[in-house]
Write a protein that binds this ligand. Structure first.
Ligand SMILES: Cc1cc2nc3c(=O)[nH]c(=O)nc-3n(C[C@H](O)[C@H](O)[C@H](O)COP(=O)(O)O)c2cc1C
Length: 189
């Protein structure tokens, strides 16, 4: 297979599929906010843990520092504009990102932050470790509760047969969708 060198090398991380871009929801019971996060990953299976990389200057960050909690909302392609919008605006200027981007609040079971009703999946997380990286912080959090749309998540896995389109962030304003499974079998012998 022919290859080209990735230059500048600062683009190399984009070769790693970042998984689905997510909307992080924060709130303290009085105010709330949303922001988009591409840099997210599962970090442990049992107990379930996730990791997100978050800018410390985001309006949302002090909410996480104060409550130790956040929601992870997994969008579908139908709300891609809201994902871009929540990541291109700050809660310090937009008072209600839910309203501004046509999203509705879903009450969480274990955390104060509201969840995004339109998302196909929602995780409620409590921070257990913070790795300070200067301008940003790696937040490692335990999953306290999780919900997903039953037509799209079956037997513990995403399934695409009912029209699920997960949203992936390529960089800048560019996105891609994943929308079908492929059948992979080991070669005989
Ligand atoms: C598609 C997309 C993905 C983003 N991914 C991240 C990310 O992984 N981590 C991060 O800290 N900020 C990320 N951002 C930037 C924040 O979402 C953005 O700075 C947002 O305005 C912060 O909102 P706030 O100030 O209301 O908290 C992303 C933005 C976009 C548009």
């Amino acid at each position: 297979m022919d290859k080209i060198n990735i230059e500048p090398l600062a683009h190399a991380y984009k070769l790693l599929n970042p998984g689905a871009v997510v909307l992080i929801s924060v709130g303290d019971g009085k105010a709330d906010n949303l922001y988009s996060v591409t840099w997210n990953m599962p970090a442990r299976r049992d107990p379930g843990m996730v990791a997100i990389l978050s800018g410390k200057r985001h309006y949302s960050f002090p909410f996480i520092e104060k409550t130790g909690e956040f929601g992870v909302n997994i969008p579908h392609a139908g709300i891609a504009e809201a994902v871009l919008g929540c990541g291109r605006t700050t809660g310090s200027r937009v008072q209600d990102k839910f309203k501004r981007f046509g999203l509705t609040r879903l009450s969480a079971q274990k955390i104060k932050a509201p969840l995004v009703n339109e998302a196909v999946g929602n995780l409620e997380c409590r921070v257990c470790q913070v790795i300070d990286l200067g301008y940003s912080a790696l937040l490692i959090a335990q999953i306290l509760a999780a919900r997903a749309a039953p037509e799209h998540f079956r037997n513990g896995e995403w399934c695409f047969e009912n029209g699920l389109k997960l949203l992936h962030h390529l960089g800048g304003d560019r996105f891609a969708v994943s929308e079908r499974e492929i059948d992979v079998q080991l070669p005989q012998g």
